[in-house]
Design a protein around this ligand. Sequence first.
Ligand code: F6P
Length: 344
Amino acid sequence: MIHGLKIGILNGGGDCAGLNAVTRAVVRKSEQFGYEVVGIRHGWAGLLNLDTVPLTWRDVSGIIGQGGTILHTTRTNPFKRKDGPQAVLANVGKLGLDALIAVGGEDTLSVAAKLSTMGLKVVGVPKTIDNDIVGTDVTFGFDSAVNVTVEAIDRIQTTGESHDRIMLVEVMGRHAGWIAAYAGIASGANLVLVPEEPVDLEEVAAFLKKRHASGATASIVVVGEGCTLKDYPAGDTTKTDEFGHARLGGIGDFLARELEKRVGIETRAVVLGHVVRGGGPSGFDRILATRLAVAAVERVKDGKFGVLVCVHGNAISDAPLDRILGKTKNLDKETLSMAKDFSL
Ligand code: F6P
């Protein structure tokens, strides 16, 4: 058994259910190997500011089902700070870290990939509710977000039916329609609009008119926050983060107003937003997070760095970290066409 390695772990980007399950499993697996774990707080900011916390078996007790992250997270990009990458590398040295496990989405993992080429011994763990990371079939956080969304839509459906309304449900997911499509299909929504295809307002209005003319008294339309349509701005570009992402949200309200005018039926928008990201992980996400954490510690033990631990089929494997740089995994054709086939 190899003793004495010191591993840092950080979370970056938007939180999601399952982050604490990863932290817990990293600590417990590491301790089995005789390694020490240091929690880096607030994402990459913690490595710029030396904001850390020691983590032992006891510190991670009882957190597998907790939402959010005990380590906190930010959207800090060291490559946007003067000498940021150099400061991160120097602080990794100061902390005596032999390896870093970076748990994040495309942004956090892109930073990890770039730092890896500069000498950082890093293993990436993919997470996001958006499920949009290239190189892995699925990310933890996604299943939990879908479950919350389905439950919310089921509830919105009963009130929509009572009041004979069209209900527009706006969901997160950035520029990928995974949450919208999965939750839309699973809740039996009448129409699912995803960012992968530009929305045609007149077409949507015609669909709803026809539906209500043929006897429907209520409709559920799920819309991904990153959907685009003519005359609607693609996000608030006055509020971009350090990775250049515009703040999304608002398309549901816009569509509700415009559709009500065209269809002539009271139309309400519900923005699920952060509700879907909060709360504890599903059983599936707890297991996936744990499996990925174990795989990450094993990669550290084997000295295999610059990789992303990932899922292919039901097997855990790894892929070069630089494979995810600048890419988005969009909805597959099968799911997209299923979402359309069930629009009625
Ligand atoms: O990437 C996860 C995500 O929840 C996206 O779906 C959403 O657009 C974004 O983060 C919101 O981030 P924030 O909470 O920083 O506004």
